[in-house]
Write a protein that binds this ligand. Structure first.
Ligand code: LMR
Length: 406
């Protein structure tokens, strides 16, 4: 029996929510539910970006399991740590990202809930510092990038980045579009393993971007969410290090979701390099007050695991070996897929979890409905979702739909 609990006041009481429009569901996260509800045993999930082994599992990494056992045995308090989170975690991570050459007196790092938390905290800090700054984001990008900056109140501008017809970065078009950027604007850059295209700038292009930022006064905001899954831990940080060396001011959002497999534990960090030691203090205090109002304090568990792994020689060696295996698997799958058709050859040279396939929206729907193949609506596939025993079936279903001449 239902009881009508409608208050007698409801006819006259203000309803602020009546002004809200229903929002479209997140397309990437929606794929998780769609795939789960599909009963076909041979369905292939190439949707959301999680690493999978050749049996299709996303296992907890061995180093993480060992760190969890150690944490459970030794942790003697769950009392608050504060808005900056676990400072030893941030310090240990900084060492693998920036190496020894850090501008320690100008670089402030705080732990955040995932890479999204880092991007949002950076966006809020930038909006508070200069609300007139615009954020330049390449097309295509991770669909959450635009909303994160827009919700912080910053104007988001797009620049061209990837040419689907050439399956390559259109660097000239990117530079052309950035001619409209003003001093103080922010340039969002994927540090490695571009999501969704897998395409990387050449070292010369990275240097040209650093020069452009220096000459035009643009502030680089690097998003590094896949360190170790492209060419290796140090190689994947090379561009970030160069940018932080070359520019006085820079921001870095970091995620441990993929390289530590800690997705649901929400483990990230934000670093802000300020132009002088004098501005480091206000930067830090604003980061902390913003964090306090956003989430008060970041969740501890995953960050504690990362700290334990990075501080233990044994666990760190184990983690790096697991990461090497993950990267080799992804790059091996890239080679195999690229060999399936000349229109896919660029996939071999791309890096990270993702590639964009030249497919129409109708083809993406047909692959899902007809073959149980799930991918993002823009044709992005998670390479790690492929398996040795499904790659042939995937290629057979895919090839008739591929755009472009053979
Ligand atoms: C992805 O791009 O699939 C992942 O980063 C998951 C997400 O949050 O969108």
């Amino acid at each position: 029996m239902t009881t009508d609990l409608l208050s007698p006041l409801s006819a006259t009481f203000p309803d602020p929510f009546a002004r809200l429009a229903t929002q479209p569901a997140d397309a990437l996260l929606g794929l998780i539910a769609l795939h789960r509800a599909d009963p076909r045993p041979d369905k292939i999930d190439l949707g959301v970006g999680v690493f999978r082994d050749d049996a299709g599992r996303t296992p907890v990494m061995r180093a993480v399991k060992a760190a969890e056992t150690w944490l459970a045995e030794t942790q003697d308090s769950k009392s608050y740590l504060g808005a900056e989170g676990d400072a030893a975690y941030t310090e240990a991570l900084a060492a693998i990202i920036f190496g020894a050459r850090r501008a320690v007196d100008r670089l402030t790092g705080v732990q955040t809930p995932g890479g999204t938390g880092a991007l949002r905290l950076g966006a809020e800090l930038l909006a508070r510092a200069d609300g007139a700054a615009r954020v330049w984001i390449g097309t295509p990008t991770w669909p959450n990038h635009g909303p994160i900056f827009a919700e912080a109140g910053l104007e988001v501008r797009s620049h061209r980045f990837f040419d689907p017809a050439a399956a390559a970065i259109d660097f000239a078009a990117m530079i052309d579009d950035l001619a409209d950027a003003r001093a103080g604007d922010i340039l969002l850059l994927h540090g490695c393993c571009h999501n969704p295209t897998g395409s990387s700038f050449t070292p010369d292009q990275w240097h040209a971007l650093a020069d452009l930022c220096a000459v035009r006064g643009l502030i680089p905001f690097v998003d590094l969410a896949y360190q170790g899954l492209g060419d290796g831990l140090a190689d994947d940080a090379t561009a970030t290090r160069m940018i932080f060396d070359a520019l006085p001011t820079a921001l870095l959002a970091y995620s441990c979701d993929k390289n530590f497999g800690l997705y649901r534990d929400r483990v990230g960090a934000l670093w802000v390099q300020s132009a002088s030691a004098a501005t480091a203090d206000p930067v830090r205090s604003n980061m902390l007050t913003l964090a306090r109002s956003l989430w008060s304090m970041p969740p501890d568990h995953g960050a504690a695991l990362v700290r334990i792994i990075l501080e233990s020689e044994f666990l760190r060696t184990e983690w790096e070996a697991e990461l090497d295996t993950m990267r080799s698997r992804i790059n091996g799958l890239r080679q195999a897929l690229a060999a399936a058709d000349p229109r896919l050859t660029s996939i071999a040279g791309q890096r990270g979890m993702f590639a964009m396939l030249p497919l129409s929206p109708a083809a993406i729907t047909a692959l899902r409905e007809g073959h149980g193949i799930y991918m993002a609506p823009n044709g992005r596939i998670n390479i790690a979702g492929l398996r040795t025993d499904t790659i042939r079936a995937f290629a057979d279903a895919l090839l008739p739909h591929l755009e472009g001449t053979r």
